[in-house]
Ligand binder design. Sequence first.
Ligand SMILES: NC(=O)c1ccc[n+]([C@@H]2O[C@H](COP(=O)([O-])OP(=O)(O)OC[C@H]3O[C@@H](n4cnc5c(N)ncnc54)[C@H](O)[C@@H]3O)[C@@H](O)[C@H]2O)c1
Length: 405
Amino acid sequence: MTLKPMVRNNICINAHPTGCRAEVRLQTGRVKAFRDRLTNSGKNGHGTPRPAHALVIGCSMGYGLASRLVAAFGYGAGTVGFSYEKEPSATKPATPGWYFNEEFDALATEAGLFARTFSGIDAFSNAAKNKAIEIAREQGFQYDLIIYSLASPVRTDPDNGTLYRSVIKPIGRQYAGRTLDVFTGKIAEATVQPATEEEIAQTIKVMGGEDWQMWIDALDNAGVLGRDAITLAYSYIGPSFSWPIYRDGTIGQAKLHLEKTSRALNERYHATEGLRAFVSINKAVVTRASAVIPVIPLYISTLFKVMKERNIHEDCVDQMIRLFSERLYRKGETQIPTDAEGRVRIDDLEMGSSVQNEVSSRLAMVDEANLYKLADPDGFKSDFLRAHGFGVPGVDYEQEVLSLE
Ligand SMILES: NC(=O)c1ccc[n+]([C@@H]2O[C@H](COP(=O)([O-])OP(=O)(O)OC[C@H]3O[C@@H](n4cnc5c(N)ncnc54)[C@H](O)[C@@H]3O)[C@@H](O)[C@H]2O)c1
């Protein structure tokens, strides 16, 4: 059989095994080229701090996968990764992250790097934490970098079994905004009703910092949290017109809780263990998570066009390369630069006033007739398809897929 993408309303329900594997190889190649540039520039030598053992929670896609690639192939770290992906059946491909994980493992083994990957253990569970601890003890290492990069619609509380659901809704009043179907070029008005108190509380339970804190507590209790470790959770701020649905909405409340958790982790562990906890504010990119938020596909398509015109476009890999090399691990530096709130910022190029002014004036004018002139829906579409293994350069999609494994 041959496989074509099956997409509805910016959701793709299948993945291409060969394409996913090729995509990870291409991303790995870019990370290795970065490592070589860094070494040649003398910035990766003696006196450059580096992660030795990284734990990546949410490792299979998007920012988590890019973080893991940079830790492993950029800095030579051994990595342990957790993700929640569906395995293939005889008739249905797996979810893309399943294949990304498999290829990551193959490439890490080839490069002689330690890697253990879990594609189907719920990261919110105690079982996942115990597994991470067991591996560190077995191998005799401690984690010195812990990346928290989950995007999930649900969380089961490991203590009492309660299932919480996260929603992306405004708070206090209804939100109306334009949304773009990048596959048809159609722009439609989307309205979202405000969240109830219960929905806000549940979203904080899923996407806030409670589980992040549980991970760090578990690692510390088990003695596998390294001295002077760094832990990061990812967040987004974005332009003010998106705040009613994002920053000031349910998800924003959860992200504020992450920031509160980073302060709590620093208070609890910095003096004794040297731990540094940060929320890193990353740029808007196309991932499974971002494609379904109203207004975001139109905003990202416009942002891409503007940033590409200015040669400052970045995807997940570019962002993580910059996070590691220009923020976390700088030669001769132990300080990690942050904003006044203590957050690491790598959304600086997106949020620069010149880029933002241009994007918002284009958004005020954009319609279906001038969409391709003012915005880059094809760039969005291409990144989205590649996140499912479709449209990856060098892959022959007319070739029969012989196995979905
Ligand atoms: N996409 C963006 O534009 C953007 C921008 C800034 C910050 N962020 C943040 O980055 C983080 C990651 O987002 P992303 O866009 O890379 O998402 P993604 O959907 O690409 O990846 C999410 C990861 O979480 C894993 N996951 C989900 N539920 C899990 C569970 N129960 N157990 C184990 N693993 C589970 C998935 O398997 C996957 O590896 C989020 O906190 C998000 O808010 C995203």
